[in-house]
Design a protein. Structure first.
Ligand SMILES: Nc1ncnc2c1ncn2[C@@H]1O[C@H](COP(=O)(O)OP(=O)(O)O)[C@@H](O)[C@H]1O
Ligand SMILES: [Mg+2]
Length: 410
């Protein structure tokens, strides 16, 4: 094959000359006023986009449930469920004219789970527990797992608050809200971080999913990394304890508060870890993911040792490493199984028996701004669906067990 010839065309020479000319021409520096103008223009464009997107902005809708699904969620056979419905004279559910089957809204489903489900009642005098889903790395499944867990816990009768602590707002997006277009500064944790609000109560909003409320995030939340250390100069202020103070009144309202965090151990994630009663760290079966999991706990304990009061007094209700995106084969010598044995040897009982497989389902659902729990009955019949959903249910069951245990301890 002939070697490509060098291009000495006149056009190139022309370009060369114009670059030389451009280099020789003086150009003024950029002032902050100019940058301010750029920012103002960009904000105006964003506002225009926002107006267009809001009218009419498609809101997410929760799925409907079949009788079989509700009976399963109540841990009953279909006939047990039907008698239980009669015994409480429930009028919930509507017979669909299309196929004569009964279907229940999410709200009706959760009400039935609470009324006739077989789970033991929650202790009356309990405080809401905080679960932080965290890791050093992005892309390990924090957002997928935290949003799915929050939904799954409502389907076990719990009232849940979700706080998005990641400035990227991916979880907020999964709730059907566009972080950059729809989330204003006042709706995030930021006014509380600036200490303009006494706690986080102001920021709670309802979502399309019953019994699941949200404090959303946007890139405004990035500011927390500057404001939290700046606050530390104030007398009596403890920089790692601010979020903990902010959620105190919310622990009286919610059974569980799920935190999705950014892939870092910055000030905000440190606050999340400090106030968490339970920590979940997802880890794919890759050597680098294992390394960063190890690093995460190493750095966390190192930081903790520098926090007076915290290191001595803090006690977690649970810590769980969750294997995600697993490609496990029968052969024990595949990379996946080898890395799993590393995690087992290092994290021992903290490695939970929950293995979420690498699956096409989250990719498909995320592209429609959905989690697996958003899918309706018609969409959930495939084996791939079951393979992905089962470990997420197992995770929610394990978390539920840990919560009952934690409430027993007081
Ligand atoms: N078990 C899984 N199998 C395949 N893809 C997954 C799985 N869990 C998560 N993902 C995908 O990986 C990407 C990153 O997940 P995400 O939950 O956003 O991670 P993080 O919050 O840790 O950055 C997303 O596209 C998500 O759909
Ligand atoms: Mg995320």
């Amino acid at each position: 094959m002939a070697r490509p010839k060098k291009d000495f065309s006149p056009k190139k020479e022309q370009e060369q000359k114009s670059i030389v000319k451009a280099i020789l021409e003086p150009r003024p520096k950029i002032s902050i006023t100019q940058v301010t103008n750029i920012a103002a223009d960009a904000k105006a464009v964003l506002e225009a986009v926002r107006q267009v997107m809001l009218e009419p902005f498609p809101r997410k809708l929760p799925p409907e449930f079949t009788t079989n699904q509700v009976a399963d969620l109540c841990e009953m056979t279909k006939s047990e469920f039907k008698s239980a419905e009669i015994s409480i004279e429930s009028t919930r559910g509507k017979v669909k004219s299309s196929d004569n089957y009964k279907s229940y809204t999410l709200k009706e489903t959760i009400e039935l789970i609470k009324l006739i489900g077989k789970l033991p009642p929650l202790p009356k005098k309990k405080q809401g527990k905080v679960i932080a889903v965290a890791s050093y790395k992005g892309g390990v499944g924090k957002t997928t797992i935290s949003v799915s867990l929050a939904q799954a816990l409502t389907l076990r009768g719990l009232k849940v608050l979700f706080i998005d602590l990641d400035p990227q707002g991916s979880a907020t997006t999964l709730f059907g809200i566009s972080p950059e277009v729809e989330v204003q500064y006042e709706e995030t944790i930021m006014p509380f971080i600036y200490q303009d609000e006494p706690d986080l109560m102001y920021a709670v909003q309802n979502t399309y999913w019953d019994f699941l409320d949200l404090i959303p995030a946007s890139s405004e939340v990035l500011g927390a990394e500057y404001i939290l250390p700046a606050n530390a100069s104030k007398e009596g202020y403890v920089f790692w304890d601010q979020l903990n103070q902010g959620i105190k009144p919310l622990r009286d309202i919610y059974d569980v508060i799920v935190l999705d965090t950014s892939p870092s151990l910055g000030y905000l994630t440190q606050n999340a870890m400090a106030m968490a009663d339970g920590i979940l760290t997802p880890c794919p079966l890759e050597a680098l993911d294992f390394a960063s999991l190890t690093q995460f706990y190493g750095v966390f304990t190192e930081i903790s040792s520098l926090l007076p009061g915290y290191f001595e007094d803090k006690k977690f209700d649970f810590i769980g490493v969750i294997i995600n995106k697993a490609k496990l084969e029968k052969d024990d010598f595949t990379t996946g199984n080898i890395i799993k044995s590393w995690i087992k040897n290092s994290f021992k009982e903290y490695l939970w028996d929950v293995i979420i497989p690498d699956s096409k389902i989250p990719k498909e659902t995320t592209s429609q701004l959905k989690t697996i729990f958003d899918l309706s009955y018609d969409e959930v019949k495939s084996t791939a669906y079951k393979r992905f959903r089962e470990p997420l249910d197992k995770l929610a069951d394990q978390v539920l067990l840990e919560l009952y245990e934690a409430w027993k301890r007081g």
